[in-house]
Design a protein around this ligand. Structure first.
Ligand code: HEC
Ligand code: HEC
Length: 315
C-alpha cells in the first residue's frame, strides 16, 4: 500500500480524536441526563435506577482515582485507565497491578460505556454496575476484597459524608460504591470528534479525509460500525493462527468462539495505542499493514477477510 493511501486512512482514523468529557455539570442534587447526538441510538444503560447527579459523578471520580481500593494502597482504577489516553493505559502493552504484577491484556479505553452490552475483551462481564468487581478483586490488578474495601470506606469520614449526600444512607454498601463508579464511568462520552462535527453539519471533511471515510465504510464499517465505531460483536480479525488467548471461548466454552475478541471502538484511537487485546501493534500504520498483508488464517477467521480481502490500491 502506498503512502498517500495510508495517510488518507490514518487521517480518517486520526479525526476520531475527541475530548473525553463528563456530562454537563449543573446543580448538585439535580438529576442529569446523558447527552448524545440524535444519530446515536439509545444507550443500553439508562441511569433509571441509579440517578445521575453532579455529586454522584464526583464521588465516582474520587473512588476511581483512590488507591485505597487496592490491597496495598498503590493502584487505583486511574493507574491503568489514564484520561490523557481516553482512559486506556499509558502506552503500556499490558497493565501493571499491585506488587508490579503484569496483567494479561491491554487496558481498553473508557468512554460511551452506557452503550456497551458487555465488557472486557471477551465480554466476560455483562453489566456496567458489576464491572468494577473484576479489577478490584483480580490478584493481578487491585487484589482486594469487597469486605475490606467497605471497611476502609466506612472508616473515612469524608467518604461517609459524601455517600450520605448522594445516596441518603449512613453506612456505605457495595451497591452504593458500584452506583457511584458507574455514574463516573458511564457519563464519560465521546461525541465531539471531527466526525461528529461533520455529522452535525458544522464542518466538512477534507478531500483526503473523505477518501479515508469512503475506504473505511467499504472495509472497516461492518465491524467498527459508525457512529460508535463498533457493533460490539466478537470477531477474529486474523491476528494469529494459533491462539495464546482463547478470547470469547473462555466465556462461552464454544470452539467456534476461539480467538474472537470484542470489536473495539475506533473513537479516540490515536490516543489508545498500543493496539489489540495484547497491545501488539504500536502504531496505526502497523494496524493497517496487518489488515492489508498480515491476516493469519484459522478456523474462526472472520469470513469477510477471505471472501473480501482488504486490497487497497496505491491511490
Ligand atoms: C492493573 C490495571 C487495571 C486496573 C487497576 C483497573 N483496570 Fe479496568 N481494565 C484493565 C484491563 C487489562 C482490562 C481488560 C481486561 C480483559 O479484557 O480481560 C480492563 C477493562 C475494564 C473495563 C471494560 C472496558 C470495555 O470496553 O469492555 C472497564 C469498564 C474497566 N476496566 C473499569 C475499571 C475500573 C472502574 C477500575 C477500578 C475499580 C479498573 N478498571 C481498574 C486494567 C485495569
Ligand atoms: C470482521 C471484523 C473487523 C473488520 C472488518 C475490521 N476490524 Fe478492526 N478489529 C476487529 C477486532 C475483533 C479487533 C480486536 C482484535 C483483538 O484485539 O484481538 C479490531 C481491532 C482494531 C484496531 C485496534 C483498536 C484498539 O483499540 O486496540 C484498529 C485500529 C482497527 N481494528 C482498525 C480497523 C480498520 C482500519 C479496519 C478496516 C481496514 C478494520 N479494523 C476492519 C474487527 C474488525
Amino acid at each position: 500500500m502506498n503512502k498517500t493511501l495510508k495517510i488518507s486512512l490514518i487521517f480518517f482514523v486520526l479525526i476520531f480524536i475527541s475530548s473525553c468529557q463528563t456530562s454537563e455539570i449543573e446543580q448538585p442534587e439535580q438529576t442529569l441526563g446523558l447527552f448524545y447526538p440524535d444519530y446515536v441510538s439509545k444507550p443500553v444503560y439508562g441511569f433509571e435506577k441509579n440517578k445521575l447527579t453532579h455529586d454522584g459523578i464526583q464521588l465516582g471520580r474520587m473512588l476511581f482515582y483512590d488507591p485505597i481500593l487496592s490491597s496495598d494502597s498503590t493502584i487505583s482504577c486511574g493507574s491503568c485507565h489514564a484520561q490523557a489516553h481516553a482512559f486506556a493505559d499509558h502506552n503500556m502493552k499490558l497493565s501493571i497491578g499491585v506488587n508490579n504484577r503484569m496483567g494479561l491484556r491491554n487496558s481498553p479505553p473508557i468512554f460511551n460505556l452506557a452503550w456497551h452490552p458487555n465488557f472486557m475483551w471477551d465480554g466476560g462481564v455483562n453489566h456496567i454496575e458489576i464491572m468494577p468487581l473484576a479489577p478490584l478483586t483480580n490478584h493481578l490488578e487491585m487484589n482486594e476484597s469487597i469486605v475490606n474495601i467497605l471497611l476502609k470506606l466506612n472508616r473515612s469520614q469524608t467518604y461517609k459524608s459524601k455517600f450520605l449526600q448522594v445516596f441518603k444512607k449512613d453506612s456505605i454498601d457495595d451497591q452504593m460504591m458500584y452506583y457511584a463508579l458507574t455514574q463516573f464511568m458511564g457519563s464519560i462520552t465521546s461525541f465531539e470528534s471531527k466526525y461528529d462535527h461533520v455529522k452535525q453539519g458544522k464542518v466538512a471533511f477534507s478531500s483526503s479525509e473523505n477518501r479515508g471515510y469512503t475506504l473505511f465504510k467499504t472495509h472497516c464499517n461492518s465491524c467498527h460500525q459508525e457512529p460508535l465505531f463498533t457493533n460490539f460483536s466478537f470477531r477474529n480479525n486474523g491476528l494469529d493462527s494459533v491462539f495464546k488467548d482463547l478470547g470469547r471461548a473462555l466465556i462461552t466454552l464454544n470452539h467456534s468462539d476461539e480467538g474472537l475478541f470484542k470489536v473495539p471502538s475506533l473513537r479516540n484511537v490515536a490516543l489508545t495505542y498500543p493496539y489489540m487485546h495484547d497491545g501488539r501493534f504500536r502504531t496505526l500504520e502497523e494496524v493497517i499493514n496487518h489488515y492489508t498483508s498480515g491476516i493469519k488464517h484459522s478456523k474462526t477467521l472472520d469470513t469477510s477477510f477471505f471472501e473480501n480481502p482488504i486490497q487497497l490500491n496505491p491511490n
